[in-house]
Design a protein around this ligand. Sequence first.
Ligand code: SF4
Ligand code: SF4
Length: 338
Amino acid sequence: MYNLKDNNYNVNVRQDEPKLKLWTSAGLMLTYNCPAACKFCYYNCNPQKKGLMNIETAISAWQSLKDLAGDSAKIHLTGGEPFVYWEHLQELLKKANKMQLGKIDVVETNAYWAQGQTQIRERLNFLAEHNVKRLKISYDPFHAEFIDYEKVKRLADIAMEILGPDRCQVRWQEYLDNPIDMQNLSEKEKQAQYIATLKKYPCRFTGRAGSDLAQQFADKRPEQLEDQNCKKNFLSAKGVHIDPFGNVFSGVCSGIIVGNINQKSLAQIWQDFNPTKMDFFCVLFNSGPVGLLQKAVKSGYRKRRLYVDKCHMCTDLTQFFFDNGLLRPIIGPVQYYT
Ligand code: SF4
Ligand code: SF4
C-alpha cells in the first residue's frame, strides 16, 4: 500500500493543506457497448459502440489498485453493459478467482439479457460463486425507455432469491415498485418524466447528459461559474474509471484522460498525478472550465448563454476540443465523444 507522500503533488504541499487522496476504487468499464442509450449516460454508451477490455488489462488494473490501496481496494465491473460480453466476464472472474485477487465489490447491469429463468439462475449462481459481493441493477425512467420492465423485475426477483437482499441492489427500487411505461409515451411526456426523475435523483451533466438533457436545466450564466475550480474534485476523488482501452478518468470526469494503464501502471499514474504541473489539468484545478473558455472561444467555440453547472460547461468544451482535434490525447477517446 502506498502513502500519501508517494504522490508528486502531495510532496510539495504544506502539511495543513488538502492532499490528493489515494485512489481506492476502480470501475473497470469492460465496454462502451450497451443495448440501451440512456439520455443521461455519463459515458455516452449505445449499441453501436465498440471495444472490449482485454483480460490482461483488467487484471493488471486490479492488481495495481491492490498495490496502491491494499485491503481498501474496491473493484466494480461496469460498462456500457458488461453482460453483452458474458463469456468474457466469466473468464475475467475465473482468472481473478484463480489469482486470489479478492472480491468484486459490484457488477452492474441493466437486465437487458434477463429473458429465461434458467439462464438467469446459471449466471447469478456463477457470480455468487466467483467472489461478486453485489449485483446492481439499474432501473429508472431513463433505462425504462430501452429495457423491458418484465426483464428487470424477473432479474431482481431471482437475484433476491439467489443472492439475498444484501447482495442485490436495484437503483432505483421506487421505479421497480411503480413502473412508468416510458416506451409508450410521447416525446413530451418522456421529457416530463426525465425532469421529474432528475429533480428527485440529480445526475451529473457529463457524457450524453451534457447535451439535450442539460438544456432543460441550464440556468447559470458563465460568469456565475467563475469561482468554481476543480481542485477539490481532483484531490478528493476516491477512485477512477478505466475504459476498455486502458484510459483512466479521475472521479466523475469522464472523457478527460489522466493516463493509460497500457503505458503505465495505475499505481504509477496515481504517483505521477500532479494537476498543478500538467497544463490542461492545471487550468481546471485552479480556475475550473471557465479558465478554458477564452482559448476555446478563440478557436471558434460558441459560448452558451446558460449552463447547468461547471461540469456541463466542461462537457460542452471538451466535446468542442475533441471535434476540433484539440488537446489530444487528454481529450478522448473516440468511443466516448462520437
Ligand atoms: S444502461 Fe448504463 S451504460 Fe447503458 S446507456 Fe444506460 S446508463 Fe449508459
Ligand atoms: S468541471 Fe470537468 S474537470 Fe471539473 S469536476 Fe466537472 S467534469 Fe471534472
